[in-house]
Design a protein around this ligand. Structure first.
Ligand SMILES: O=C1C[C@@](O)(C(=O)O)C[C@@H](O)[C@@H]1O
Length: 256
């Protein structure tokens, strides 16, 4: 099929000709989140990710919704991706179980204060109701899978992106932790194959130092978004946004 579908979110196009840069915000409370967001917005990322698993009041839905609303005022037209990364996939320990996370994500979708939500492929049957809530709120759904301890086979990675699409994802995302240059190639090959097969945009990265190349050149293989550091890093191997932007612009200039 080939990834023909682009996802338009506010003023940006995900899966278009240019790669998008997403910067995480990982503050632990309202003040930190808003201050960090103000600071990173000055660097003009294409997207902001609120990693709400770092937020200490995550158990208090009203507080999460109120902070998301304030974040919206800070980021203005920069789209917000709302993520509660599970501990098993590299996130912070949080006092919510699977059902409570689902309820929170659905509430966030329906509140319409964010533009995209991340939900893990491992949640399985819970994805369908989240998809419906996303539709209700006009929110885009990113279905993700993270391997913090290694890199599965290319076939597994492609199958997971395919499964994400079948579950109704608007965007499929996979992250791996390479232990060798071969693992980095596996991630890039899986990206390139999935790009040819699937119709939704992909976000892929290899983490850590070995994987840094994928954060800079992954879009040439089909990764539509790269995560970069605005103020604080949310995963190993992320590179500061200004440096990512410089390299992307050089690659874009000479890869036409
Ligand atoms: O899924 C991802 C990608 C990421 O893990 C990275 O490696 O850049 C960073 C996370 O904040 C984000 O949710």
């Amino acid at each position: 099929m080939g990834s023909s579908t682009m996802v338009k979110v506010r003023n940006i196009l995900i899966g278009g000709e240019k790669p998008c840069i997403c910067v995480p915000v990982i503050g632990v409370d309202r003040e930190q989140v808003l201050r960090e967001a103000e600071e990173v917005c000055r660097k003009k990322p294409d997207l902001i990710e609120w990693r709400a698993d770092f937020f200490q009041a995550i158990h208090d839905q009203n507080s999460v919704l109120a902070t998301a609303k304030e974040l919206r005022n800070v980021t203005e037209d920069i789209p917000i991706l709302f993520t509660v990364r599970s501990e098993r996939e590299g996130g912070q320990p949080i006092p919510l179980d699977g059902q409570e996370v689902q309820q929170l994500i659905e509430a966030i979708c329906k509140s319409r204060v964010v533009d995209l939500v991340d939900y893990e492929l491992a949640y399985g049957e819970r994805i369908a109701p989240v998809r419906r809530a996303a539709d209700e709120g006009g929110v885009r759904l990113v279905v993700s899978r993270h391997y913090f301890d290694g890199t599965p086979s290319k076939e597994t990675l492609v199958a997971e992106m395919r499964q994400a699409e079948q579950c109704g994802a608007d965007i499929a995302k996979v992250a791996v932790m390479p232990k060798s240059p071969q693992d980095v190639l596996t991630l890039l090959q899986a990206t390139e194959e999935a790009r040819r097969e699937l119709s939704i945009p992909l976000i892929t990265m290899a983490m850590g130092g070995l994987g840094a190349i994928t954060r800079l050149a992954g879009w040439l293989f089909g990764s539509a978004v790269t995560f970069a550091v605005g103020k604080q890093s949310s995963a190993p191997g992320q590179i500061p946004i200004d440096e990512v932007r410089t390299v992307l612009s050089i690659l874009q200039m000479y890869s036409q």
